[in-house]
Write a protein that binds this ligand. Structure first.
Ligand code: 6OG
Length: 160
């Protein structure tokens, strides 16, 4: 089964807005803001809705910069065996409003030199620097027991 998600990373000059996930999938990890696409929604609509629900801000401009597939190869990982998650990554360049805490996320700004990769999904350190560098990418990660990265590939692309 394939599930489609959005993930927004707000990046402004040298700082990035991440949220501490308070519940559900990825709980206890810093991440961008996003979630599942609802029936009848476009990817773009879902990314705007999730950013508003989770951080209380309205996106003014965002660029679709990546598509990542995540596969879980072991039963005890965070998702079920054989499940593939496709995550559409957006770099948000400007927004309106003040980020605020929601039921799901506690937002915080980080300097890009201090991104807490050790408290994030282990794939992030491979692709987030590309986003900071203005690159676009396609990638695939296979996770094993304990959510370790078993295999991965990332290709820079000109166009998503
Ligand atoms: P909800 O369950 O809150 O959506 N997501 C991942 N993000 C990263 N960085 N790495 C992963 O590796 C991820 N798997 C899922 C997509 C979950 C949110 O978490 C993201 C969504 O934004 C496995 O609806």
């Amino acid at each position: 089964m394939k599930k489609i998600f959005t993930l927004c990373v707000v990046f402004q000059s040298s700082r990035v807005l991440l949220g501490m996930k308070k519940r559900g999938f990825g709980e206890g990890r810093w991440n961008g803001f996003g979630g599942k696409i609802k029936d009848g929604e476009t990817i773009e609509e879902a990314m705007r809705r999730e950013m508003h629900e989770e951080a209380g801000v309205k996106i003014d401009s965002a660029e679709h910069v990546g598509i990542l597939d995540f596969e879980f190869s072991e039963q005890d990982g965070s998702a079920s065996l054989g499940e593939i998650l496709t995550v559409h990554i957006f770099r948000v360049d400007s927004f309106t409003g003040e980020p605020r805490e929601s039921d799901e996320m506690k937002p915080q700004w980080f300097d890009i030199a201090d991104v807490p990769y050790e408290i994030m999904w282990p794939d992030d350190k491979y692709w987030m620097p590309l986003l900071f560098d203005g690159k676009k990418f396609h990638g695939k990660f296979v996770f094993g027991k304990g959510d370790v990265v078993r295999e991965y590939s990332i290709d820079e692309v000109q166009k998503i």
